[in-house]
Write a protein that binds this ligand. Structure first.
Ligand code: ADP
Length: 534
């Protein structure tokens, strides 16, 4: 006896079987009608709708057989689901796969078997519609067609269940659901859509969602993004400002994907719209709060720093040793607070797209020399060496010089802070035909793999005590990544704990000639330099 082979992608097939929610459910007339019909048309002893589960076949409908299931290894249907065509076994006692099968040698003494595979709406073979007899026989071509058509009827029933279930989910969900044809004209909307927009189905049928919902302040870039995706028939996700029937603006997150028919052919689109107005509002309030608080903090802080400066300068007389210590502590804390506020404002401007970039084509080497020069005293204070290990000297980079410095000094100061005394931080720069790549390597503790996914997040620090021990806010890398991405580059790192870390970034190689003065990029905003709001 040969047990049936396990189909390729069996896990996916079993998932589809579970999703059909048919296993171990009571008999249903709409399937029983079809197996009764099969038994009558073919005059067979047994007719079954069999579902092939992981290690059994279970009969959703059975005529002429008392047992509700048998083992998969013994099953004929397990063989039948391996192909698209009907599996016909004219005489099982003569078939090397089945002659010694207990269902052939014992009850129900199968001789003849014919099974047509039954597929789920998305094409997974779930089982068969099969007929069984206790004497050898063969099917005529007509009979084979009839068996296939009965199996098609079973498949139609399966997709009706699917559609009914989908329709009830779509009706009940609080999200808006819009179904359009391939040209993007609305065919159906659910009640959630009506609640969201105050438009009923009759008012919107045949129109495009964009023509009804988008208005004055909807970003044109988002509209183009959606139109392009629809034209290419690719799925998309966007956040967009829409307007309801009364002209009230609201934000929605739209998830749009293609709708396929029972044969897998595209027949339209389904878009799920969820209302994110409150989230957007909260986001804006948070940003505004950060910005207001930071601005408001700056003024008194400047006054405090000024007063500390005066105390240090002897304006209130010579300080006693304990007083000098306290003033020094206050000075350090003030500097930290100022750095934090500056970084918060930086981040906020970057995220709000308010940061202006003055892009230029700059020689790479002077940019690196400048950054290394500026960080040299900081490295010396930490007892760490700073070296330029390699540089593609002729390379030019398309960047904003000052922002480039900000990125590199962030990476360098991190590398220095985390380096053991006496070790070196090495910078190297290479160029390909497309990009320049700068790497900063240190010999510090490296980065714990658990922290890897968080390292570029705002306020992320692997060890909370870092703020006290090494200074820093956990904002540096978040800002650095934002800067690099807004300069059309990439950033990343490699590190195993205990083996140091290498942070790298890539920026576009400059086309054509460069202006070799990196310092020139710093006096911004320059009169004659192009300014790109980003
Ligand atoms: P911070 O201002 O605290 O340095 P960053 O965003 O620059 O903030 O860095 C976030 C965290 O990433 C640091 O607190 C540290 O845990 C980790 N980190 C950054 N660079 C390195 C490095 N070179 N070696 C080890 N850990 C690092």
């Amino acid at each position: 006896m040969q047990a049936p082979a396990i189909p390729a992608q069996e896990i996916e097939r079993l998932k589809a079987l579970r999703a059909s929610a048919l296993l171990d459910t009571p008999a249903e007339e709409r399937f029983d009608r079809l197996t009764r019909l099969a038994k009558r048309i073919f005059g067979s002893r047994i007719a079954l709708l069999s579902l092939v589960d992981a290690d059994r076949q279970w009969f959703k409908s059975r005529q002429g057989l008392a047992v509700p299931e048998t083992g998969r290894a013994l099953s004929f249907c397990g063989h039948a689901i391996l192909a698209r065509e009907i599996l016909e076994v004219p005489d099982a006692s003569q078939d090397p796969r089945f002659f010694d099968n207990p269902l052939v040698t014992g009850e129900p003494r199968i001789r003849f078997y014919a099974g047509a595979p039954v597929r789920s709406p998305d094409g997974w073979p779930l089982g068969t519609l099969c007929i069984i007899d206790d004497h050898p026989r063969t099917l005529t071509e007509d009979e084979r067609l009839s068996l296939r058509e009965l199996a098609d009827c079973v498949e139609d029933e399966l997709s009706t269940i699917d559609r009914r279930r989908l329709a009830s989910v779509a009706r009940q969900t609080t999200n808006g659901v819009v179904i359009t044809d391939l040209d993007g004209r609305i065919e159906w909307v659910n009640e959630g859509f009506t609640r969201l927009t105050s438009y009923g189905l009759d008012e919107v049928r045949g129109r495009s969602p964009g023509s009804i919902l988008q208005g004055a302040e909807t970003h044109s870039q988002t509209i183009t993004e959606m139109r392009t995706a629809l034209a290419e028939r690719s799925p998309f996700e966007v956040e967009v400002l829409n307007y309801d029937r009364r002209g009230q603006a609201y934000w929605v997150h739209i998830n749009c994907s293609q709708l396929l028919d029972a044969y897998g052919r595209p027949e339209g689109f389904v878009a799920i719209q969820s209302n994110i107005t409150e989230i957007k509002l909260a986001e804006r309030m948070k940003q505004e709060l950060t910005s207001t608080v930071s601005h408001e903090l700056r003024t008194p802080l400047t006054a405090i720093a000024g007063a500390i400066g005066l105390l240090n300068g002897g304006a209130a007389g010579v300080l006693s040793e304990p007083a000098r210590k306290l003033v020094t502590m206050a000075d350090k804390s003030t500097q930290r607070l100022r750095a934090l506020i500056d970084q918060l404002l930086d981040m906020e401007n970057l995220l709000a797209g308010k940061t202006l970039f003055a892009f230029e084509n700059l020689a790479l080497r002077p940019l690196l020399d400048q950054a290394l020069g500026e960080l040299q005293p900081f490295a010396e204070a930490h007892g760490v060496g700073l070296t330029l290990a390699a540089c593609a000297d002729q390379a030019r980079v398309h960047t904003d010089g000052a922002r480039f410095q900000q990125v590199l000094s962030n990476l360098l100061s991190n590398a220095i802070k985390f380096s053991p005394q006496g070790s070196d931080v090495a910078v190297s720069a290479t160029a390909t035909t497309q990009v320049i790549r700068v790497e900063v390597r240190d010999r510090g503790p490296g980065i714990d793999p658990e922290f890897h996914p968080h390292i570029f997040q705002k306020f992320a620090q692997a060890d909370a005590s870092d703020t006290r021990q090494r200074g820093g806010t956990g904002l540096g890398l978040a800002i650095t990544r934002e800067l690099i991405e807004q300069m059309h580059g990439r950033i990343g790192f490699e590190s195993s704990p205990g083996d140091g870390a290498t942070f790298w970034f890539e920026l576009p190689l400059a086309p054509g000639k460069a202006s070799p003065e990196p310092g020139a990029a710093q006096d911004r905003p320059g009169q004659d330099k192009p300014m790109f709001p980003n």
